[in-house]
Design a protein around this ligand. Sequence first.
Ligand SMILES: *[C@@H]1O[C@H](CO)[C@@H](O)[C@H](O)[C@H]1NC(C)=O
Ligand SMILES: *[C@@H]1O[C@H](CO)[C@@H](O)[C@H](O)[C@H]1NC(C)=O
Ligand SMILES: [Zn+2]
Length: 988
Amino acid sequence: MRISTYCAVLLCIVAQCFAASHKSRNTCGYDSCNLGQANKLNVHIVPHTHDDVGWLKTVDQYYYGARNDIQHASVQYILDSVIEELVQNPERRFIYVEIAFFWRWWNQQSNDTRNFVKELVNAGRLEFISGGWCMHDEATTYYNSIIDQHTLGAEFLRDQFGECARPKIGWQIDPFGHSREVASLFAQMGFDGLFFARADYQDSDLRNSTKTMEMIWKGSANLGRQSWLFTGLLADFYDPPDSLCFDRSCGDQPIIDDPSLNDYNVPERVQTFIDAAHDQAYGFATNHIMMTMGSDFHYENANLWFKNLDKLIKYVNAQQTNGSDVNVFYSTPSCYVYALNKVDRAWTSKTDDFFPLGDTPHGFWTGYFTSRAALKRYERHSNNILQATRQLNALSQINLRNDIFYLSEAMGIVQHHDAISGTEKQNVADDYAQRLSEGIDKAADVINNAYAKLLPNESEIPMNATQFLCQYSNISECLPIEGQKQFTLTLWNPTIHPIIHHVRVPVTKEYLIRDPMGSIVSAEYVPISTTTRNIPGRKSSAQNQYIFTTSLPALGFSTYYFEAKSGEKIRKQKTTTTRNEACTLENEYIRVEFDDHGNLHQIINLEKGIAVPFTTQGFYWYTSFAGNNSRPEFQSSGAYVFRPLTSKIQPVSTTRTITCTKTETVQSASIVFNAWASQEVSLFHGMRTVEIEWTVGPVPIDDNVGKEIIIRYDTDIESASKYYTDANGREVLERIRNYRPTWNYSIVENVSGNYYPINSRIWIKDHTRQLTVLIDRSEGGASILDGSIEIMVHRRIAHDDSLGINEPLNETAFGEGLVVRGKHFLILESPENSSRIHRVGAQQLFMHPIATYALPQTSYANYSKAYHQTWSALSESMPLNVHLLTLDQLNPRQFLIRVEHYFELNEDDIYSHPVEVDLQAFFKSLGTITDLTELTLGANMPLSQLHRLDWRTTDKESSHIDMPKYSSLKDTIVTLNPMQIKTFQVTL
Ligand SMILES: *[C@@H]1O[C@H](CO)[C@@H](O)[C@H](O)[C@H]1NC(C)=O
Ligand SMILES: *[C@@H]1O[C@H](CO)[C@@H](O)[C@H](O)[C@H]1NC(C)=O
Ligand SMILES: [Zn+2]
């Protein structure tokens, strides 16, 4: 029924449509924008729908409109209806944001509909804004995945629509705080503007009263103008003004414009609109404002919105003859930005970020920095697999990019601001995890196929055993290898530098382990801790594990062959164990001292002769505030908000036990605080970082008291209120306790208001010492006292914070509270030498070697004859400060490659300088580069074709930069400046 109406409409309109479209063909750019009138208040009406890629329902339930009992929302009908309504009036505009949904819809459309939608896009009537797979979270996402999810959306848009669909504006209207790195990445994607709706209430009040709702955000402290981005805070959240919502979900009065009727209301409706426009204009600097006409899942019946907007525009503008100064028209965010650009004025600039978000005195949205700690880790783990899979696919030339799409798509979805943020219902969180898991399964097939090409010595030899992942290795479980007579472990190093890597393999027997040269590996055979063996859901019967050191080639693999040696005597390393005695872990660089009560007493950097005594180190909790949320002072802690009852922390226990185990490879202290909190502190031979593996849960809440678990590191470092946290894994920002750089901050929440998102590292320092903690997933953290770092690792809360989920954040598994395990890495160094350790450490942590196992039913002698046991894609060594961010095969001859300088300016004597890298080196095994085109960061256009709008700041600076004129490079040698990422399409 719907389709036939639509076709009928399409047919009758076709003539008119073609007449209009010949005139308006490819009128999608800035040139066709309505720039308003100079002496009027110009109101840009932006019809939009905010479609969460999962929140209370799963992404597919939202798409189809299933489970409307949970929330009435149906994206397929929104898109159907909007397209139908755009046909009715060529003035109408609509923006669409979430490509995860649009892609689902597009796949189901006929060619006629597709062609018609293309016309709308080319005419600028349907505009894609942001164009990522989702509207990603900004606090808990890693830059690699932000770039990927935008690239995924941009690739779809470019392939289906071309230049008219290239997103030019960032649209982050719902995320809960805004990261400077995101502004920088968006600028590098070629965006001309960014809009969002949530900023701290003190900040937005000040901006509103000083007409600085819009500004130039300097997104990077390293990259200069190419990171600057025009940024605006929306006037009225992202909703329409009060009483002017015409969606089916709103109860506001339609425009009744038959003057013969008693209910005729045009004068009132028009006056309401004009008042709202003047009210919004208060905080804005020019005679243009943008009115967001839409909200969550609006436009399911788009006729309601558009019919009333058509009338509103007509009747409001008619008042101009009576002296009204309001000029209103359909527009888009890009046209609004262009109109402001044409106003030609200077804008204030900003160099810090928009974290944390406080929307009321007690409502700091800092809980979600940690919420759903296991999902946050799983996302990072999935990215690790995704990048390695792309590399293996490219380097083995197996052309299975389509099979990697499932994981790319799942990763795109999980970046959503109610996904990795942990602010979704439990069912939906489970759906995200399932998508990742299914994506990984497909990726594992690609990995297996890639190794089937890379491993055999001669192409005739088929691979006789499947490579598989053991994804429970973090709980020392790998069932398929249990009891096997022989198996292989192959490690893929996704970094472009050779690395030393320590492996743990849980086993049920003793084995001889051979390295790629055939030599017997000297491996430690040590018991798996009781804590690990007791983790709920662990099925493994392995009681012991091998720990050994591997050295892996750059961008390549090494295979270790395990052969059971029952009955025979195996040379074992000497292991000493002490219980509840003082102990010291020590290697050539570091000493870690514990007292006999299991307290971390001191860490010494032996090389530099610097020491940090710890007054406390270990697990504490904040009691979650339990309120009814009826007033700001009754704000509960929940999935979004961290609100402690008091600023007092409770230790999880008053005593602890300590067991120290020393072998040649590793020395470790296993410290058990209580039945649900423990840590294993390990110092590996040759390493400059101290590894802390923490295990927390099931957190007891049978007392109905929510608990927010932190790890505290309290030292005597004179940190003078300052601490440093990274943004999305890249640049580091200075934080000052109880302080905001751009306004006079009045403090109400002295713990939560000091929490910041951490994605890879936090540090404190004084003149001689810097203590850095690297983390393995996004977490919230702070320095509440001088000398102290605290990191929230897990949350289990009995109440809801009334921000929409309507469920307490109470994750369970196996019938009890969820157990979460993760790692912190401590680095004690002088401030000037810290960067090279934490930069390299963080890079190796997020691009960890990928372990696959196989069960070849063949002896070592036969195996080693048939297969390569080590291989590297690189023949020359790469500069330490360069990272291979993306290696993706597009088709048999073309590749997408991103290389990155991952040091900041002035942080290291050697590595903070520009560096050269030869791209040909990555393709040594594949062929010769014949064409090299530098692209924007989103990989959707040649950089040479990019022309961003220029802006001026009130400091008399211009954002103008000359873009490179060339599109193809002759030379394959590329220069990278600190923190620069360059993106290329390579043709062989
Ligand atoms: C739709 O268009 C595609 C691409 O032009 C074409 O391959 C396909 O056959 C068309 N389908 C129909 C049903 O016309
Ligand atoms: C800005 O201030 C004006 C005047 O107080 C007020 O009417 C308007 O709602 C404020 N807007 C925002 C976004 O705070
Ligand atoms: Zn949202």
